[in-house]
Design a protein around this ligand. Structure first.
Ligand code: T46
Length: 135
């Protein structure tokens, strides 16, 4: 049996009667030291994003508001997972092709990354990605 491509991380919640509070920290939900955080929001209807893999970068994506569907592809098979819970993260490991679809209008997707931005780390061509996986 093959392992799932979707590696989910449960983020501790300390919400109470006042509302929610979730924490990602080293030794807890964060599997790496974070060197960059970015967030994607106000995505226009019908827009999909991603369509690339990273050579070395590891990331943890948390949908802190709304929902978004991730499609992960390891060069052989694809799996989809919809993030709807601000207390759940999905790992985007190196050399995993990823796409984001079906952003809800209120979606805020927060991404924690283990390195600074580097365009050279992206593989933005699916054919090149598949070829690189085979090498
Ligand atoms: C990823 C998925 C989940 C920067 O200059 N610095 C940054 O840190 C980022 C993230 C982006 N940019 C620039 C590069 C492009 O000119 O912002 C522009 C839009 O980036 P991109 O088209 O790569 O956005 P997405 O949503 O397709 O992908 C993003 C991340 O770039 C990517 O690393 O894994 O979200």
């Amino acid at each position: 049996m093959s392992h799932s491509l979707i590696h989910k991380i449960t983020i501790p919640q300390y919400g109470d009667a006042r509302g929610g509070l979730s924490v990602a920290e080293i030794g807890g939900a964060l599997p790496f030291v974070v060197r960059r955080v970015y967030w994607i929001y106000g995505t226009q209807p019908g827009i999909s994003r991603g369509f690339h893999a990273h050579r070395k970068l590891a990331q943890l994506a948390v949908c802190v508001s709304g929902s978004v569907r991730f499609r992960l592809f390891n060069g052989e098979r694809e799996e989809d997972f919809t993030l709807t819970d601000p207390a759940l993260g999905v790992l985007i490991s190196p050399m995993i092709w990823h796409e984001m679809h079906d952003f809800s209008p209120d979606c805020v997707l927060m991404v924690f990354a283990d390195a600074e931005y580097a365009e050279a780390d992206y593989i933005r061509n699916r054919g090149e990605f598949i070829q690189t996986k085979r090498e």
